[in-house]
Design a protein around this ligand. Structure first.
Ligand SMILES: [Zn+2]
Length: 311
């Protein structure tokens, strides 16, 4: 089979949050080791060593924490900053003022359209107040985005959303999102749709789904993600996408995880220093292999122009 693919762009989109515990509850007292230690000393250092370009998607509590903002402002290297919304933590209808020990199951798309818009607007303003420019890439907390969410993001000047997780369906107390029919590669969604691709129209947001591979004999698909996939499995997922989408000139492989996964006991995943090291080793080995296959690393927002050119 001949492939039309000319370039594979590899993005690493990282939900960047306060430390959590093994049950995904926010740490108590609230700590930010994943930002002050994880991002500069573990993640960015690793990415810089092979020329990879991460996109850190920042939550409300990170943008409200002076030390975290300082660490991110002083960060050296090649990276992008965007935003990530857990909607219970920002006005209007803000549910929590002390975040320590709190869980946030709500989906942003479960709120009324104008409330969701205001929450996104406030998050974007908070980001701009910290860094002096508007964010252009985004992921919804718990992947809880729908067609309205995309319209709201677009109004706020976002270029790329990465909330869609193909082959998955998620439920929360306030909404359900169903991405089982979503395309595996970036697309410009049709009007008032999230999983159905449409024609490119000026100003339309690009949806860059998280890279996931279905498995024939297993109910659960496998994610292109350290800890969830071994290095061998990352290679399989990469090859699966190149084979399945061989008719496309441009392909994206989009690794996702959380900043907290590189701090022991700050997520349900690595619990010891040795496990964190294994996470980082697998991440780097997987990415370096992709580099040897000829990928180009880029920030999430850069995908917009790459895919607009072939749309
Ligand atoms: Zn999150």
């Amino acid at each position: 089979m001949s492939s039309k693919t000319q370039q594979v762009y590899l993005t690493i989109s990282i939900d960047t949050e306060c430390d959590h515990d093994a049950n995904w509850v926010r740490s108590k007292p609230l700590t930010f080791h994943s930002i002050t230690e994880g991002v500069p000393n573990r993640l960015q250092k690793a990415f810089d060593s092979i020329g990879a370009v991460p996109t850190y998607l920042l939550t409300v509590e990170v943008l409200e924490d002076a030390q975290s903002v300082e660490a991110l402002s002083n960060l050296q290297g090649n990276f992008e900053l965007g935003t990530h919304l857990h909607p219970a933590f920002i006005e209007p209808h803000k549910k929590f003022h002390d975040y320590a020990g709190v869980d946030s199951p709500d989906f942003q798309c479960g709120y009324a359209e104008d409330i969701e818009y205001q929450k996104l607007a406030n998050l974007s303003t908070l980001f701009e107040d910290c860094f002096g420019y508007r964010p252009t890439s985004f992921r919804a907390g718990r992947y809880g985005a729908n067609a309205t969410s995309l319209n709201n993001l677009q109004k706020l000047g976002y270029k790329v959303d990465s909330s869609v997780t193909p082959h998955m369906r998620w439920t929360s107390p306030n909404a359900v999102v169903d991405f089982r029919q979503a395309p595996g590669q970036p697309y410009f969604p049709a009007e008032n749709e999230i999983v159905r691709p449409g024609e490119f129209v000026q100003g339309r947001i690009l949806e860059a789904p998280v890279t996931i591979m279905p498995r024939k004999l297993r109910r659960t698909p496998i994610w292109f993600r350290p800890w969830f996939a071994s290095v061998e499995q990352m290679k399989q997922i990469f090859r699966y996408h190149l084979n399945t989408h061989a008719d496309q000139e441009v392909i994206n492989i989009n690794m996702m995880f959380h900043s907290m996964e590189v701090i022991e006991e700050a997520s349900p995943y690595p619990q010891t220093a040795a496990e964190v090291q294994r996470f980082l080793d697998d991440m780097l080995t997987g990415l370096d292999w992709c580099k040897s296959e000829g990928v180009e690393f880029c920030g999430l927002s850069e995908l917009y122009d790459k895919f607009r050119q072939v749309a």
